[in-house]
Ligand binder design. Structure first.
Ligand code: FES
Length: 229
């Protein structure tokens, strides 16, 4: 039988007329001292913790801040020699995937197709989603290379390469999260969940086949200038 089912023990009988022993209303000096000591200990502990957290933060902050500063200005060089026309690669840079597509002449032609342009939300790259030297029909410093931050401007998923149905020659990307479609210049189609073109990072070419991410060719554009990322 469990303890709960045991009958309660009978309370001791009190003689008739006897008075219950008097319980003191106030704690004894001894118990009061113990309570004060306990309270002081608890408050002291809380105070010590409150002081310790900023102290530990102050020890950690310089290193964290330095890492952030380095990361914010980090550049990455990418060798494009082995990227054949029509092929695509993704490289990590500053915690973002960067899509690099070697476009063919046919793709470049298709990106100016009026039928495609009429379906794009911002065909002329009016929104500041790219540096000035990439504000052109291809949204790139060199037309044959598309360089885009591979983060959907709706809610941040990573789109997959998939040609836009309106003109498959133009290449493109499809975001499987909510169905946004981007052409081979990262321009979003109208009436998609994503409202902005894919961002173009600052880029500088060191030679014919080496690309430097994170450095603009003297126009001062940085990732902080992007409207939507
Ligand atoms: S996150 Fe890409 S469409 Fe929603």
């Amino acid at each position: 039988m469990s303890a709960n089912t045991q009958p309660d023990a009978p309370s001791p009988e009190k003689p008739e007329g006897s008075k219950a022993p008097k319980v003191p209303d106030t704690p004894s000096p001894c118990s009061r001292r113990r309570a004060l000591t306990l309270s002081a200990g608890v408050l002291g502990g809380v105070g010590a913790c409150a002081l310790a957290v900023p102290f530990l933060d102050s020890l950690r902050d310089p290193e964290a801040r330095l890492k952030e500063a380095v990361s914010a200005h980090a550049t990455r060089d990418v060798d494009l020699a082995s990227l054949a026309p029509g092929h695509h690669m993704t490289v990590p840079w500053r915690n973002w995937p960067v899509f690099i597509l070697h476009r063919t002449p046919d793709m470049l032609h298709a990106l100016q197709d009026p039928a495609l342009l009429s379906r794009l939300r911002d065909p002329d790259s009016r929104e500041r989603q790219q540096p000035p030297d990439a504000t052109n029909p291809w949204r790139s410093v060199r037309p044959q290379f598309a360089v885009l931050i591979g983060i959907c401007t709706h809610l941040g998923c990573i789109p997959n390469p998939r040609p836009v149905p309106v003109d498959p020659q133009a290449g493109g990307w499809f975001c499987g999260c909510h169905g946004s479609q981007f052409d081979g210049a990262g321009r979003v189609l109208r009436n998609m969940p994503a409202a902005y073109n894919l961002p173009v990072p600052p880029v500088r070419y060191l030679n014919d086949t080496t690309l430097r991410l994170g450095e603009s060719a003297g126009n001062g554009f940085t990732m902080q200038d992007i409207v939507q990322l």
